[in-house]
Ligand binder design. Structure first.
Ligand code: IDP
Ligand code: MG
Length: 150
């Protein structure tokens, strides 16, 4: 199976109408969209999802942000998907993210940075299972797949 990664378009992405722009970048790069849903992150889900940041100074603002409005969760599939999505996202601190990256083109601050993407294969597995049931992930062949690699 091709590598899978988890992406969350955060509440600012939805409010700023950036969902199509960001999903389009992944589609155009060749990553396959295999799951997508809009939902509201509850406090409980937010705490589990961001457990690694519990106790940090920005944890409470982060909880307020991530639960503030609807989000869009995605699973993307492709060769090296985890690292590729991280590179396409750019640095956490959007004011330092390179132009051409999602954060570098679409955001200005470290706190409101549009997108989350898994930072490792292990995180991807954990995050996908937090947001999706196995039967919500689609298996299909994209019509351009034979053109994406030699
Ligand atoms: P990442 O999203 O690039 O993986 P993490 O360090 O895992 O970055 O932080 C998770 C999220 O917490 C960030 O995307 C951002 O929304 C928020 N965050 C991280 N560091 C800060 C900070 O110093 N101030 C405010 N928010 C932060
Ligand atoms: Mg992270």
């Amino acid at each position: 199976m091709a590598e899978r990664t988890f992406v969350l378009l955060k509440p600012d992405a939805v409010q700023r109408a950036l969902v199509g722009e960001v999903v389009g970048r992944f589609e155009h790069r060749g990553l396959k969209l295999v799951a997508m849903k809009m939902l509201r992150v509850s406090r409980a889900l937010g705490e589990t999802y961001y457990a690694e940041h519990k106790g940090k100074a920005f944890f409470e603002p982060l909880m307020a942000y991530i639960t503030a409005g609807p989000v869009v969760a995605l699973v993307l599939e492709g060769d090296g998907a985890v690292a590729l999505v991280r590179r396409m996202m750019g640095k956490t601190n959007s004011s330092e993210a390179e132009p051409g990256t999602i954060r570098g083109d679409l955001a200005l601050s470290i706190a409101r940075n549009v997108i989350h993407g898994s930072d490792s294969l292990e995180s991807a597995k954990r995050e996908i299972s937090l947001f999706f049931k196995p039967d919500e992930i689609q298996a299909y062949t994209r019509i351009d797949e034979s053109w994406l690699r030699e």
